[in-house]
Design a binder for this molecule. Structure first.
Ligand SMILES: Cc1cc2nc3c(=O)[nH]c(=O)nc-3n(C[C@H](O)[C@H](O)[C@H](O)COP(=O)(O)OP(=O)(O)OC[C@H]3O[C@@H](n4cnc5c(N)ncnc54)[C@H](O)[C@@H]3O)c2cc1C
Ligand SMILES: *[C@@H]1O[C@H](CO)[C@@H](O)[C@H](O)[C@H]1NC(C)=O
Ligand SMILES: *[C@@H]1O[C@H](CO)[C@@H](O)[C@H](O)[C@H]1NC(C)=O
Ligand SMILES: *[C@@H]1O[C@H](CO)[C@@H](O)[C@H](O)[C@H]1NC(C)=O
Ligand SMILES: *[C@@H]1O[C@H](CO)[C@@H](O)[C@H](O)[C@H]1NC(C)=O
Length: 508
């Protein structure tokens, strides 16, 4: 209640870049009765990483200073998590679940990391590395290493094939990106209503305006390194080649040192975001249209009927939602193609793919994680049939689960040929997985209209679970500032810096 009172007394104490620190805790607290605040409603559309975390951030503000808003979250699916969800081999819940969408995050992803800790979930290292990694070009294995992706960077094999300069320059490029990225968790985090401006504040414009390959080439990284190791990572992470994708996305693809996942499924973070919010969650509820109401608020029409809101947070890529919007708003959302990705999960009793399946000599050991380069095809060779093909551990004694990402459907006949008929369970899913990410300087508006915010404007900049939680944090901050003269942290933020491993939004 104290904080609430101070919010009323100092409506601009919201952390929105005050040029000075208010001596907040030294202020005498006055005892006047609090003025009544009208009840207000906020709608969130989508219960994936973006929408569930938006509800969580609003919940934090409600908790911190008694913010009087009612939050409704609409989700058309039967489950929470969106592009982050699991399936069970043979649909048998006694077997370990397998991620069907987003699978990893890293320590620099401070919201995901913190959420796992706060919600008492279990993190596990992502160990696909035990039986090596290889890069397939459609005709041959151009590179193989023991250890696997996360362990190879300092290996002798890398040094021998690519020399010293290229791997080192590439690592510096990634480290520099991560250094800037981490400022988004500090008290001084930039706050943005324009992603182009955010990009300049982070000094990433140079990365966004060039392809990954052009940028790295200008840093003196060899083409061989770019079109083998770097492209292997852009293809497994974003289904795109190094010469088509901006260098910021390239750096993000190369970042997964210390990759982790949540035991039992990453979606649990998003479920817990909702459990720790005060939002009303409406699953299996399709939003059909959003229009302006007579009172200047927003009217949402869904399977549940019509409801009026002070503010709307759209947390799904608009073009995939089929939501009807007023023309002046829809015309402000530029077309955004997504990579249409085929995910094929299967189980097999073969502990690795036989070399003969790739028409390689029988003595060749096929690594557990196969990544690909497009460079063979680029030079007139055969396209790889998949973007990645990797073993993800045993589902029970003698039976392994394999995950394949590809641009087109993987047929049963192909699976049968590759795994010599030893295929048990097969599960296929097509996703509009991530934006097509060509170099650019323009992004959708974060604020589509007064009181109407768009979380997924962030995706063509960076598309990950974590960055959706950052995009939603920013949107909630903006909304609270514009609609309620507050901010996500109220005035508590001013005490923030003393906290060890401070994370903006959590520690304030
Ligand atoms: C195969 C795959 C692998 C990936 N790997 C990784 C990874 O390893 N690490 C990582 O960080 N990211 C990864 N990603 C990307 C990551 O999944 C996304 O960036 C992130 O999950 C997007 O979250 P979101 O909440 O913005 O969108 P979504 O998760 O798409 O959520 C949007 C929600 O809105 C709902 N919705 C849509 N329209 C309506 C409507 N009209 N009414 C009601 N509800 C609606 C949808 O059902 C959905 O649940 C991967 C993605 C895929 C597909
Ligand atoms: C599910 O898997 C468990 C563990 O392997 C097994 O004991 C059980 O029989 C399976 N259930 C079905 C319905 O197949
Ligand atoms: C997590 O566990 C700790 C210690 O056991 C406990 O104090 C805390 O309340 C738990 N948090 C949640 C969200 O369950
Ligand atoms: C969290 O909410 C889900 C529904 O979204 C529910 O099934 C689950 O039991 C809840 N978990 C906890 C720990 O409250
Ligand atoms: C964002 O900033 C850029 C560069 O200043 C500008 O061109 C663009 O119009 C801005 N977008 C919005 C929505 O204001």
């Amino acid at each position: 209640m104290r904080l609430y009172h101070l919010l009323v007394a100092f409506p601009i104490v919201s952390g929105f870049q005050l040029p000075f620190q208010l001596p907040f805790f030294n202020q005498p607290i006055t005892q006047e009765p609090l003025p009544p605040v009208p009840s207000r409603r906020i709608a969130i559309i989508g219960a994936g990483a973006g929408g569930s975390s938006a509800a969580f951030w609003l919940g934090k503000a409600q908790e911190r200073f008694g913010l009087d808003v009612e939050v409704d979250i609409y989700e058309k699916n039967t489950y929470v998590g969106g592009r982050s969800t699991v399936v069970y081999p043979y649909e048998n819940t006694s077997l370990p679940p397998v991620e069907l969408g987003a699978s990893i995050f890293v320590k620099a992803n401070k919201n995901m990391w913190r959420a796992v800790d706060e919600f008492n979930l279990t993190r596990r290292d992502f160990r696909e590395d035990s039986s090596g990694m290889g890069i397939w070009n459609g005709e041959s294995l151009v590179f193989t290493a023991m250890g696997g992706w996360w362990g190879i960077w300092d290996s002798v094999k890398i040094l021998l094939r690519y020399g010293f300069h290229s791997p080192r320059k590439t690592q510096q490029f990634v480290d520099k990106m991560i250094g800037k990225f981490l400022t988004l968790y500090s008290v001084e985090t930039p706050k943005w209503d324009n992603i182009t401006h955010l990009s300049s504040a982070l000094e990433w414009t140079e990365l966004l305006t060039q392809s990954t390959s052009d940028y790295l080439a200008s840093e003196g990284v060899s083409n061989q390194f770019i079109y083998e190791l770097v492209e292997a990572s852009t293809r497994v992470n974003y289904g795109q080649n190094a010469d088509g994708m901006h260098a910021l996305a390239g750096a993000v693809s190369l970042a997964p040192t210390g990759a982790s996942a949540v035991e039992g499924g990453n979606f649990q973070v998003f479920e817990q975001f909702l459990n720790h919010s005060k939002a009303n969650v409406y699953l299996e509820t399709l939003v059909k249209s959003i229009s302006r109401s007579a009172s200047g608020q927003w009217q949402i029409t869904s399977d549940r009927g019509s409801e009026t809101y002070m503010a709307v947070i759209l947390a799904a890529p608009w073009h995939s939602t089929n939501i009807e919007l007023p023309a002046d708003i829809s015309s402000r959302i530029p077309a955004q193609p997504y990579v249409h990705l085929h995910v094929t999960l299967l189980s097999t009793t073969l502990p690795s793919v036989p070399a003969q399946s790739f028409s390689l000599p029988a003595s060749t050991k096929i690594p557990a994680m196969l990544l690909t380069t497009f460079d063979g095809a680029r030079n007139g060779g055969t396209r790889p049939e998949f973007n990645s093909l990797s073993y993800h551990g045993a589902i029970r004694e003698g039976e392994f689960v394999v995950k394949i990402f590809s641009e087109s459907r993987i047929e049963d006949a192909w699976l049968s040929k590759m795994f010599e008929g030893q295929v048990g369970w097969v599960h296929r899913k097509e996703w509009d997985a991530y934006p097509v990410l060509p170099p650019t300087t323009t992004f959708p508006d974060v604020k589509l209209a007064p009181g109407f915010y768009y979380v997924n404007a962030f995706e063509p900049f960076i598309s990950t679970m974590e960055t959706e939680t950052l995009a939603s944090r920013n949107v909630v901050d903006l909304l609270l500032k514009e609609e309620l003269q507050s901010g996500i942290c109220g005035s508590a933020e001013l005490s923030g810096e003393a906290v060890e491993d401070y994370v903006y939004g959590w520690d304030c």
